[in-house]
Structures are given as C-alpha cells and as structure tokens.
Design a protein around this ligand. Structure first.
Ligand SMILES: *Cc1c(COP(=O)(O)O)cnc(C)c1O
Length: 300
C-alpha cells in the first residue's frame, strides 16, 4: 500500500457491507469502498488522481500547480487543499465569468490559498485539457485527465485486494478513475462503469489515451443512468439518496455516486449479477458538491 501523507486516513479506508434482505434474496454481496472517508476536503478519487502530479511538483521546490474546473468542482477544491498541505503555490482556472458571489466550493479554494482566474467558456474549452510542464509550473488537465492521473487512480486497487470482488463498479466523468482501475483489475474481474454524462460515446478512445491499451473484454458500460446529463437530477434521485442514507448511513453526492448507486441497485434488481457475485461499489467522494442543492433537499 502506498504511503500517502499523515493527514490523510488512507491506511484504514472502510469497506462497508450493505446488508439487506433483498440483497440476500439475490444471493449477492455488496460492499462500498468508502473513499469519501479519506479526508473531508480532498476526498474520494481526487487524491489518487492528483498523487503523481503532486509528486512532480514536490520534486522541485517552489514549483506551482495550475488546473481547471467549474464553480462546484471537486477537483479544484481537492487540488487547492492538497497544494496547501504540501506548500505548493496553485492557481485554479474557473469556467465562465466571475459571479457576484463565489460558490462555497470556490470560497473554500480561495481560503486554501488557490489563486482564482475566470476564463470565458471558449478559452476555457481550449485550455482545460492541457498538460504542460514548465520550469516553475505544472499545468494539470481538468479532472486529472491524463495517463499520470490514471496511474494515480490505479493506487485505489490495493484496497480491494482482501475482498477480491467479482465485479467492480465505478462512475465515469473523464474516465480517468476507470482507466486506473481497469489497468490493475484481474482478467476475471468484471468492471461495471456508469457514465454520469449523457452521450459519452468516446470511452474507448479515452481509455486508449489513458492506458495505452485498447481491448477491455471485462468492461461493461451502463449508460442509462445519467438522469438527463451532468449534474442533472430529479426528485427520484434525491429520494433515493435519502433512502440510501436512512437504510445504510451511506451519504452520496447527486452528481456522481448517487447515480452509480442507483444503477447498481437497479442492476441487482434486474438479476444482472449472477448469484454468488461479490460486488464492490467505489464511493468516489464528492459530497461537498451537495452544497449546491436547494437547502433541505437531503437529510444528511
Ligand atoms: C471527479 C469525480 C468523478 C469522476 O471521475 P473521473 O476519473 O473523471 O471519471 C467521480 N466521482 C466523484 C465523486 C468525483 O468527484
């Protein structure tokens, strides 16, 4: 297991088993890898995806990091906090005009010492995917979408070694986390991937860029669970999130992990998993994003 920094709880990431009559009836086991518990700010997959970029920056004292994200970006706030803890100067390029009041996410970025720069959408779109290394700065693409980000995400897999799941479920934004997992998965482990964007049709090309490989016979993409598109939601999803919390004390975020959990539950209900399946659902964090929901939407 990789040694992350002492301020992170990476030595004891919980694997929570969800226990319910209906899961027993289907004869499947379902665990959740609670990456959301690694740290309250730099939670979930973001820590892993950032790992090698941080290492690169730390190798040269004074080297800065800049990266990209929207007003509610989990990636921006995680980068801001990680840079603060490692004494790395950092800049966040934010999509769109500067708003009259900053979102809570951006306020936090600012508190952690990230310089915020607002980019018009066109310029943002042109620059947000770039990886660059300069003498005094590393430019990290939005969401860590780069082979180095995938290598970092691969560091999640040792946490599943004891469980030896038959199915690993993961949600997809940029597919960087999926790429890391798929690189390390055994040939008999099935990967069930749930895009949270509508019409994400270029997953094979993304995986090729991120991993250098192009054939993944153990991957299934389930693309009916985006709830209308990125960050879209409805009352059904919020009800599901509240039920999940009531039944299992499992908090999820409406952008990513709730959609994944919803998909996994539906797949179990539809007998997609054969009896005896040992399923793990990667809780990729992101709970801070729920602050953008209307007050009172959630019971947690
Ligand atoms: C950023 C994020 C993702 C997306 O991960 P990718 O590696 O971009 O696919 C998934 N879940 C949560 C909670 C996130 O914050």
């Amino acid at each position: 297991m990789l040694q992350f920094q002492h301020w992170l709880h990476t030595n004891d990431i919980p694997l929570q088993e969800l226990q319910a009559q209906w899961l027993q009836e289907k004869a499947v086991r379902l665990h959740v890898l609670r990456l959301d518990e690694v740290h309250p700010v730099i939670s979930g997959n973001k820590l892993f995806k950032l790992h090698y970029f941080l290492q690169l920056a730390k190798a040269t004292p004074g080297k800065a990091i800049s990266t990209f994200g929207g007003a509610y970006s989990n990636h921006l706030v995680a980068t801001a906090y990680a840079c603060k803890m490692n004494n790395i100067p950092c800049t966040g390029f934010v999509r769109g005009e500067k708003p009259a009041t900053l979102s809570r996410t951006l306020q936090q970025c600012d508190e952690f010492g990230m310089q915020l720069r607002f980019l018009h959408r066109g310029e943002y779109a042109e620059r947000c995917g770039l990886f660059e290394q300069h003498e005094h700065e590393i430019v990290v693409p939005e969401g860590g979408y780069h082979p180095l980000g995938a290598m970092g995400a691969a560091l999640i897999m040792p946490y599943l070694e004891l469980l030896q799941p038959s199915h690993i479920c993961v949600d997809i934004g940029t597919a960087t986390t999926l790429a890391g997992i798929i690189m390390e998965a055994g040939p008999r482990q099935k990967i069930e991937a749930i895009p949270v964007l509508k019409g994400l049709t270029d997953i094979p090309a993304r995986l090729k860029y991120l991993t250098g490989r192009s054939a993944f016979s153990n991957l299934t993409v389930h693309d009916d669970y985006h709830f209308g598109g990125y960050a879209k939601y409805n009352a059904q999803l919020l009800d599901f999130m509240n039920d999940l919390y009531r039944s299992f004390r499992l908090p999820t975020d409406f952008v990513y992990t709730a959609k994944q959990a919803y998909a996994v539950f539906k797949l179990v209900e539809q007998n997609y998993f054969v009896p005896g399946s040992n399923i793990v659902f990667i809780h990729s964090g992101g709970l801070q994003g729920n602050a953008s929901l209307p007050a009172g939407s959630l019971i947690f």
